[in-house]
Design a protein around this ligand. Structure first.
Ligand code: ATP
Ligand code: MG
Ligand code: ZN
Length: 353
């Protein structure tokens, strides 16, 4: 999404006046998807926007992960400066409240329904199914939800680490309440690849419902967070250029929901909190393939994270969209890896692929 384009993350009504006019971008999206399916880069499954990745695409994604982690380690130049962790695609539903996702992006979230009934309730469910009726009414929303951004579970985990300090300016509570402490963060760069869910099905293979994000996340002082975001945008752009893509870095905003969201988006852009690395997969339209975000105190305050002087931690994350980068490379170099430039193959360790 370029800064000037409207978001296409919510389904829009077809415009009746458009019926005779072919949309060249939509045609290009459909043609690209067909090419990817034919080459078995994408493996279709049952849901729109849900695909598996074939042998070649998976080799590219694996290469990207290794290359990006190596480059970040080289950049930090301190042994152990990057710490790799992994979280599953499911988290507690309360995370959607604690991160404000339910307030900001209700159109994108997904919770998980479960069946907890007895045999009688199951028989009623089966009767509906046999009658061809919807059976999902027999389920109810569980305490679990799908993770929409790879970094979210990290904040929850860090808040539970034992290394705590008194919160800045607040005395330690003693008379019965929980001590007012915050978990200490120290500028470590956390590396994590996470499966993300966003309810934004689209004919565009660049916009999936379930996709992987490789994130490099730092929690620390405001200066550390800002410097991390800047360095990652630079490192990320260089890496993508080295692979043969033409990219640019643009100020951006998230698709905050509703009327209030317009103001939030403007504020985010004015404060320069989000930048995207974009490339032209379709002529005349930029697609974000990575983004660098500063959250200021947003997560630090909610999850009780502090620097060692007790001040609320700032956070910044940089995310590579792994499928989007692989597909942008397929668009640039074709789906046959053997014909890719030697340098690209070498950087991605594709000699065996
Ligand atoms: P867009 O503006 O295209 O909706 P975004 O701002 O929502 O992207 P971020 O939330 O910054 O994206 O996520 C980080 C990266 O994850 C993006 O730069 C992109 O590469 C990738 N990404 C985001 N949404 C999708 C999606 N629906 N399908 C595939 N990759 C995605
Ligand atoms: Mg989006
Ligand atoms: Zn993030």
């Amino acid at each position: 999404m370029t800064p000037t384009e409207p978001t296409d993350s919510t389904p829009t009504e077809p415009n009746p006046t458009d019926q005779t006019e072919a949309d060249p971008t939509a045609e290009a999206e459909v043609a690209f998807e067909r090419e990817l399916l034919e080459a078995q880069w994408l493996l279709p499954t049952l849901g729109p926007g849900v695909t598996g990745t074939g042998v070649a695409m998976e080799a590219v994604i694996r290469g990207l992960e290794v290359l990006a982690r190596q480059r970040v380690e080289e950049h930090l130049d301190r042994p152990g400066a990057v710490r790799a962790v992994r979280f599953p695609p499911v988290n507690g539903r309360s995370m959607l409240e604690r991160t404000d996702y339910v307030a900001s992006f209700p159109q994108l979230l997904g919770t998980i329904d479960v069946f907890t009934g007895d045999t009688k309730a199951h028989r009623r469910l089966l009767a509906d199914r046999e009658a061809g009726l919807p059976w999902d009414g027999h389920l109810h929303t569980s305490d679990y939800a799908l993770v929409p951004a790879a970094c979210h579970p990290l904040y929850a985990w860090l808040s539970m680490t034992g290394n705590t300090a008194p919160a800045h300016g607040e005395p330690n509570g003693d008379g019965g309440g929980q001590p007012e402490t915050r978990a200490v963060v120290d500028g470590t760069v956390w590396a994590l690849t996470g499966d993300c869910f966003r309810n934004e099905p689209s004919p565009d293979p660049m916009r999936l419902v379930s996709f992987r994000m490789l994130e490099f996340v730092l929690l620390g002082t405001p200066e550390q967070a800002l410097a991390h975001r800047g360095a990652m945008l630079e490192l990320g752009s260089q890496l993508l250029r080295d692979l043969g893509l033409t990219v640019s870095v643009e100020g951006a905003n998230d698709p905050f929901f509703g009327r209030a969201g317009v103001m939030l988006a403007k504020g985010q852009r004015a404060a320069e909190l989000k930048f995207e690395i974009t490339t032209q997969v379709y002529a005349g339209r930029d697609t974000a393939i990575a983004s660098g975000n500063c959250h200021e105190e947003h997560f630090g305050a909610e999850f009780g994270l502090a620097t060692d002087d007790g001040a609320v931690a700032h956070s910044a994350c940089f995310g590579f969209g792994l499928e989007r980068i692989a597909l942008a490379l397929a668009r640039r170099h074709g789906t046959d890896l053997t014909t890719w430039p030697a340098r690209t193959r070498d950087l991605l360790g594709l000699e065996q692929a």
